[in-house]
Design a protein around this ligand. Structure first.
Ligand code: SIN
Length: 501
């Protein structure tokens, strides 16, 4: 047996509940095995993990019509508290399948299909569940208002109603959490959904759908259409029965979907690309800063929209900061997701590896220096070692274009004013980070960063309770938090007149 085969065997033997590795679509309340399939590759090995049903236009149309047929009844026959109880059950099932005393299931599949280290996959299952339990609490709290009327004998109130059928399109970097962050508030609000999962990582979505139905949601309330056919998936943006579309992915695709959705005036939520600046002032606590940079830059091997993409360090501490960052990065270990020592998994595919290499060679040609890493290894899997570049000029490609890989690019600056301009000099506005012990400076700079989320003295910007979303070309709408459910609701005003007649 080769090393690769052994790896596969070991991973698959951990799948106690093989029923959870589902390659079917879920349409009209039943699992459907399409004749046409597409392969799903394991980024850790480059080999095929399985083959998944490739939905066509007719499948999307059937799924949309089917879920529309139950949406109104689902909403009218349940209270917010009852929908919250269903979400609570879904949360419990997700966590029950995350881990048990003998074997580990959901997180293994997630790690296999995405490549992320097992610990991160395990954490992502909990992160995914956290949105479900959060919205289980929010569902009963869909408050309206009573509004004093200006007209005598009249009462005005408003109520929140579900927007209707929602099209959900999610990315491969968080195969589970990006689904629950959208689907849990949708179901909690009384909507029903058709999900197009990422073709790179469709298995986690199938698990979530199976567990949602097991939890007691009506079988037709959640439909899953995996596909490689982008044109078929655009049905979600054009079909008049779909009332809301929520997408996480690239700015290019987001703009295209928004344009298509405008034809039927759908509600649209877009979580798009980022190019996060991370600013280190000379008064920062360097221990806290290095921990924050590692957390922000190298989570999911640099493949998150909120990863620090440009690290601006005040000139007087550049040497010390670089030395400490290199020390911390040298302790990271890249490898297959399920290997015990791995802290950095592979990238999603070869073109992701090539993009990191292009950003490095561009920066080197402009005068940057490799401090650690820098070259992709030969062999199976889409690996790139965690890399640090110093002396990166502020016009290098890496400062303009999101790398989406494990490359920490260090630029220097002299003044606060200068670095605020550099940080905001991008079309994107998702996340920004800053490190300083000066409380006045922290508030001042945070206020001037043109982003949807600022992290101060921490590398962690994402949390279930914190509104997640961007400005500028990073999109609009907010997920998680107290705002997440209203993205799936519409407000209806009710005026009752002639009360005393
Ligand atoms: C992402 O969308 O890439 C980041 C997700 C998160 O941090 O929650």
């Amino acid at each position: 047996m080769t090393g690769l085969e052994q790896y596969h065997q070991d991973a698959l033997s951990k799948l106690r509940n093989k029923e959870l590795l589902i390659g079917d679509a879920f349409i009209d309340g039943v699992w459907v095995s399409k004749e046409k399939k597409f392969p799903v590759y394991e980024p850790s090995t480059g080999t095929i993990l399985g083959n998944v049903s490739n939905c066509e236009l007719a499948d999307f149309q059937k799924a949309i019509e089917s879920t529309e047929s139950v949406q109104e009844e689902y909403f009218l026959s349940t209270t917010g508290a009852q929908r919250g109880a269903l979400l609570r059950k879904w949360n419990d099932l997700i966590l029950a399948n995350q881990h048990d005393s003998k074997s580990i299931i959901f997180a293994v599949i997630l790690s296999l299909e995405n490549g992320k280290p097992y610990a991160e996959a395990f954490g992502e299952v909990a992160y995914a569940a956290s949105f479900v339990s959060w919205f289980a609490e929010e569902a009963p709290r869909a408050y309206g208002h009573t509004i004093p009327s200006a007209t005598p004998n009249t009462m005005v109130s408003d109520v929140r109603e579900p927007v209707g059928v929602c099209g959900i399109i999610t990315p491969w970097n968080f195969p589970a959490a990006m689904i629950t962050r959208k689907v849990a508030p949708a179901l909690g609000a009384g909507c029903t959904v058709v999900i197009k999962p990422p073709s790179e990582t469709p298995y986690s979505c199938a698990i979530l759908a199976k567990l949602a139905i097991e939890a007691g949601f009506p079988p037709k309330s959640v439909q899953v259409c995996p596909t490689k056919d982008r044109k078929a998936a655009t049905e979600l943006a054009t079909n008049p029965l779909v009332k809301k579309i929520s997408f996480t992915g690239s700015t290019g695709v987001g703009k295209m979907l928004a344009t298509l959705a405008a034809g039927t005036l759908k509600k649209v939520g877009l979580e798009l690309g980022g190019n996060a600046p991370l600013i280190v002032f000379d008064d920062a606590d360097l221990d806290v800063t290095i921990e924050g940079v590692i957390a922000s830059k190298f989570r999911c091997s640099g493949q998150t929209c909120v990863c620090a993409n440009r690290i601006y360090v005040q000139r007087s501490i550049e040497k010390e900061f670089t030395k400490r960052l290199v020390e911390a990065v040298s302790r990271l270990e890249y490898g297959r997701g399920l290997d015990c020592t791995t802290t950095q998994g592979p990238l999603v595919n070869q073109s992701a590896v090539d993009k990191v290499a292009t950003h490095i060679s561009d920066a080197l040609a402009k005068g940057a220096k490799v401090e650690i890493g820098g070259e992709a290894p030969n062999g199976a899997g889409y690996f790139f070692p965690p890399t640090v570049l110093s002396s990166v000029p502020t016009d290098a490609l890496v400062t303009i274009d999101e790398t989406f890989g494990p490359l920490a690019a260090i630029c220097t600056f002299d003044t606060e004013e200068e670095v605020i301009k550099l940080a905001n000099d991008t079309e994107f506005g998702l996340a920004g980070y800053l490190f300083s012990k000066n409380i006045g400076r922290c508030h001042r700079v945070a206020a001037r960063m043109k982003v949807g989320m600022v992290a101060v003295n921490t590398g962690k910007v994402s949390a279930t309770e914190a509104p997640f979303g961007g400005v500028k070309a990073s999109g609009y709408g907010r997920e998680g938090s107290l705002y997440g459910m209203e993205e799936y609701q519409v407000i209806k005003a009710i005026t009752v007149g002639n009360l005393h007649r």
